[in-house]
Design a protein around this ligand. Structure first.
Ligand SMILES: [Zn+2]
Length: 389
């Protein structure tokens, strides 16, 4: 979405439901959550609960319940959390979600996958050994395989060439099917016309696993202040650039807390990804500082991981075809908490700059005050004491 379009999109769709191009509606409820999670508390498992929301969402949200709620029965907690969550899903949205589920079901029951091995996670076939080792090891070893060319932008080798090939051929096969059957598919997002939503034709479970087991460990370490440790839903798609495809992509922020962007191929020139600093909603159009400028050239198999609010765009792909896998990872907990906050200086570059400016102003005002005091005549108290003696 364009940098100034994010708010518009939020009116269209609910959070973590359907294909999720959109986000959060205002909450009008007396039921509140704590601002900070109770990290000591071990949440119940909600795996067997058959409700409109993911069991994972209930488990993540439980740590934010008011302290008095934590020891209540699981049913009472479900009811409390469900009432909060239902505020995001008024009737119209519920219908939209229902329609989207039907749309997906229609595709899945008619489309014949070409490479079934892609539809469930086979980590050793999908990922390069260095990435697997780092994830299986511990957070210390992330640093050895991940580079950070500008603050908050992490780059690492991730996908095996064979996996990229298979996924490209699966997408091609899906597009062929769409063409043959004249099935009307939804575009990946409001900005990309070419590409496909992977979740819609059966890859949702695999991508969920990819987020939970391979992206969450990284985002917990690198992006905890924007919900990186509470990611609970995703929107996964491929975008296609080149001749007869999208040429470039305007400057925008993603509808995601954390974005994974991996180039799948093929041969191409141009198409550099440019970054211009992280911004909150209020500062999304503020100026870029020189140290926030980063231009990155895609390499097949290599991943870029960044905050969704990191402003970016893609330059024109001048030759060949470029296809990228994008995974928008979202945290409903973070989105809920954000509504209660005004200062985002833990991640917004402009909030940080303004905070620093305020601090500098107050330091110089204090200095001035002290200087003035130095120039004043001797205190009266001292003089009168002197006279009395
Ligand atoms: Zn800000």
């Amino acid at each position: 979405m364009p940098v100034d379009g994010s708010v518009d999109r939020r009116r269209d769709a609910p959070a973590n439901l359907g294909n999720g191009n959109g986000v959060v509606l205002p909450i009008h409820s007396a039921r509140r959550l704590r601002l900070n999670p109770n990290t000591e508390h071990k949440p119940d498992s909600y795996d067997d609960v058959q409700l409109e929301f993911s069991p994972l969402l209930f488990s993540s949200l439980e740590r934010y319940l008011p302290p008095t709620m934590l020891n209540m029965s699981r049913d009472a907690k479900v009811q409390y959390m469900r009432e909060i969550l239902m505020k995001y899903s008024p009737e119209g949205e519920r219908n939209r979600v229902h329609r989207h589920r039907e749309y997906k079901q229609k595709i899945i029951s008619n489309y014949q996958p070409l490479h079934r091995e892609l539809y469930s996670m086979h980590a050793t076939n999908f990922f390069v050994p260095s990435f697997l080792r780092a994830i299986n090891d511990n957070s210390e070893s992330f640093r050895s395989v991940v580079s950070e060319p500008a603050p908050g932008i992490f780059i690492f080798e991730m996908l095996q060439p064979r996996f990229c090939e298979l996924l490209l051929s699966e997408v091609e096969n899906f597009e062929k099917w769409v063409c043959q059957t004249k099935f009307r598919i939804m575009q990946p997002n409001t900005m990309n016309k070419y590409g496909a939503v992977l979740d819609d034709f059966g890859l949702e479970t695999m991508l969920d696993k990819l987020m939970n087991d391979f992206i969450c460990p990284l985002s917990k370490v690198f992006f905890s202040e924007v919900g990186g440790s509470t990611l609970d839903s995703h929107h996964g798609f491929v975008v296609e650039y080149g001749i007869n495809r999208d040429i470039d992509l305007g400057f925008h922020v993603d509808d995601a807390e954390v974005t994974l962007n991996v180039c799948l191929g093929k041969q191409f020139s141009g198409g550099e990804l440019f970054f211009r600093g992280v911004r909150c909603d209020r500062h999304v159009n503020s100026e870029t500082q020189p140290e926030e400028i980063l231009d990155y050239c895609h390499v097949p198999g290599r991943a870029v991981l960044h905050r969704g609010r990191h402003r970016h765009g893609a330059r024109a792909t001048t030759g060949g075809n470029r296809i990228n896998l994008i995974l928008w990872c979202r945290s409903s907990v973070f989105r809920e908490l954000k509504k209660y906050q005004k200062d985002f200086s833990s991640w917004c570059g402009e909030c940080q700059r303004k905070k620093k400016e305020r601090l500098e102003l107050s330091v110089s005002a204090t200095k001035l005050e002290l200087l003035k005091r130095d120039e004043e005549p001797l205190p009266k108290l001292f003089l009168s004491n002197f006279l009395e003696i």
